[in-house]
Design a protein around this ligand. Structure first.
Ligand code: HEM
Length: 412
């Protein structure tokens, strides 16, 4: 046996699963490695002296406990490079987190989002007209991207002709959310360029709204800044960055993953067509079954005991949301896609796809609305969805999704 073979032979299945759970080439299926990790225990040593949190109970406990901080994530994942990601409240703790989240929170209450329903329904309907007319499409390009991109841009007040530019910049930033150790020098450079471009583009829009206010979210943030609410220019740009990037890169994958789940589970698609009112419950099942965000990190700020293990200040964990969502201790038959799992009369454990606690996804009502409209429209208008080729996946680990979803779509 050569020394190389001996080295390979020494890699245990659990060590292999650790690598594969975050390896870019395993994005089409990280779930088998998650199962190996869950079986190995609630905590498994991960990269950079982190512990991977593999199961639902511990993931939930950690996310709900404010003694675990999210502020160290940029340092933890991107500490080796010189990127300047403008400070977003995703990576802040109270009181700054409370101040900034409170400012934008008003735009994202369930009631405000309900007001967008007609617009979302119309948008989905128009796009689906085009999809059905074309017959064979890349569903990501034809539907999954334009729905959330258009809605978040309209909410913010980005002019229609700039939506595509916003998409390009966001893609470079979203790729750069992965740990630096997984990024090529080109991807690191593209991230830096995208952040600069984003800062400049939105800086200009902010100046325009300062001069000529409109009824949009950028104006609302500018006015909050001017009214003396402590919001620096960098914070304003950081807030816009998180709203734009988190506001569509994730939802795109939710729509794509949902369509794929229906294609792979034709019985569930038939059930949805028979019961379109299950669309809302189906959204949550797609979120659980194949979530767009696969991991987040936390760092202990105190001595904390979780499941018999003591963490000391500075200890970091990677919470595997996608693994927690398939934990059989929380979800019976976790690998089964069941659109009624979150339906009326069923008591189902919550999935962790929007996170939990202090940083629970601010855009959850918007993401749910977008996906519900898509599923509802599918239920009413689509008879057959067929995969034309196995979908390729983007290398992204944190915000995971396909790069293309070529399908044939036939009307009812
Ligand atoms: C399917 C779509 C989405 C998914 C799966 C998703 C997922 C998440 C997750 C997991 C977190 C928590 C991160 C953590 O604790 O580390 C989060 C936070 C956040 N999300 Fe989303 N998100 C989605 C859509 C959106 C949309 C549409 C928006 C805005 C328009 C948005 C804005 C935010 C913001 C601002 C935060 C930070 C909240 C805070 O730190 O207080 N997200 N999201």
């Amino acid at each position: 046996m050569s020394s190389d073979q001996a080295a390979v032979a020494q890699v245990t299945p659990v060590q292999l699963a650790v690598v594969e759970s975050i390896a870019p080439h395993m994005r089409h299926n990280p779930y088998d490695s998650y199962e190996t990790l869950r079986d190995a225990g609630p905590f498994v040593p991960g990269p950079h002296e982190t512990q991977l949190v593999t199961r639902h109970a511990e993931a939930q406990t950690i996310l709900l406990d404010p003694r675990w901080s999210h502020a160290e994530e940029p340092e933890l994942l991107h500490g080796d490079s010189d990127v300047e990601l403008p400070g977003s409240f995703l990576w802040m703790e109270p009181p700054d987190h409370t101040r900034l989240r409170g400012l934008v929170g008003k735009a994202f209450t369930a009631r405000t989002i309900t007001g967008l329903r007609d617009r979302a329904e119309q948008l989905v309907s128009d796009l689906l007209d085009g999809v059905l007319a074309a017959g064979e499409v890349d569903l990501l390009e034809a539907l999954a991207y334009p729905v959330p991109l258009t809605l978040i841009c309209e909410l913010l007040g980005v002019p229609a002709e700039a939506h595509e530019h916003v998409r390009q910049m966001s893609a470079g930033i979203a790729r750069g959310l992965d740990p630096d150790l997984l990024l090529s020098p080109q991807e690191l450079a593209a991230r830096t360029a995208a952040v600069h471009e984003f800062t400049e583009f939105f800086g200009d829009l902010v100046e325009q709204r300062r001069r000529a206010p409109r009824a949009d979210l950028i104006t609302a943030l500018v006015q909050a800044e001017e009214a003396g609410v402590r919001l620096t220019h960098t914070e304003l740009i950081g807030t816009l960055l998180i709203l734009v990037v988190a506001g569509h890169e994730t939802s795109v994958n939710l729509i794509g993953n949902g369509a794929l789940a229906l294609i792979r589970n034709p019985g569930e698609f038939a059930r949805l067509r028979e019961h379109p009112d299950l669309a809302g419950a189906a959204v949550d099942e797609v979120l659980r079954y194949d979530p767009p965000v696969h991991l987040t990190t936390r760092t202990a700020r105190a001595e904390i005991m979780v499941a018999g293990r003591t963490f000391t200040p500075g200890d970091a964990v990677i919470v595997l949301l996608g693994s927690a969502n398939r934990d059989p201790a929380a979800f019976p038959e976790p690998t089964v896609f069941d659109i009624g799992r979150y339906g009326p009369g069923r008591r189902t454990e919550r999935h962790l796809s929007f996170g939990l606690g202090l940083h629970y996804c601010l855009g959850a009502p918007l993401a749910r609305l977008e996906m519900r409209e898509v599923l509802h429209a599918f239920a009413l208008r689509v008879g057959n969805l067929t995969l034309l080729e196995e979908p390729p996946y983007r290398p992204n680990v944190v915000v995971r999704g396909m790069s293309e979803l070529r399908v044939r779509v036939e009307g009812k």
